[in-house]
Design a protein around this ligand. Structure first.
Ligand code: 5GP
Ligand code: ZN
Length: 133
């Protein structure tokens, strides 16, 4: 557990939260400032700042958990869709530097915005990226 990390304190029960689910590795809570009804956060109990620091085993479990909780939220709230959002780094919109996954139920005509302006994949960019792998 990292000192001064609010999500460490929430995940480990030091700060109370609206908890939807808990096991030995994770706590799933309601976001305090939801983008839409049912906006939930999956928090691992062990501190990792972001996806790059997350152990493989935790990463694998997180997606299975996201699937399970998302289905329950979508069905229970009669949502029309659901976004799984996960921000890494300030430039990507991360504001709390303890890995978390957003589960955001979506409703036709809601005000949630996770869109971007589509760009163009140039040959030079494609070459550069393919050469990384
Ligand atoms: P990020 O921008 O880092 O991907 O997302 C951080 C999220 O955590 C935001 O959606 C914000 O509303 C939520 N959040 C920040 N502090 C708290 C808190 O103390 N409790 C809860 N439940 N959510 C929080
Ligand atoms: Zn933490």
């Amino acid at each position: 557990m990292a000192d001064h990390c609010i999500f460490c304190k929430i995940a480990n029960g030091e700060i109370p939260s609206a908890t939807l689910y808990e096991d030995e590795d994770f706590r799933v809570i309601l976001d305090l400032n939801p983008a839409a009804l049912g906006h939930a956060l999956i928090l691992p109990k062990a501190h990792a700042a972001n996806l790059f620091e997350l152990p493989d085993e935790t990463a694998a479990k997180a997606l299975v958990l996201a699937k399970r909780i998302s289905g329950k939220l979508k069905d229970g709230l009669n949502a029309d869709g659901l976004n799984v959002v996960q921000n890494n780094g300030e430039a990507a919109g991360q504001t709390v530097f303890h890995f978390h996954m957003h589960l955001i139920p979506r409703y036709e005509g809601d005000t949630v915005n996770v869109k971007w302006k589509p760009g163009t994949l140039t040959d030079a960019d494609k070459e550069k990226i393919l050469n990384l792998f």
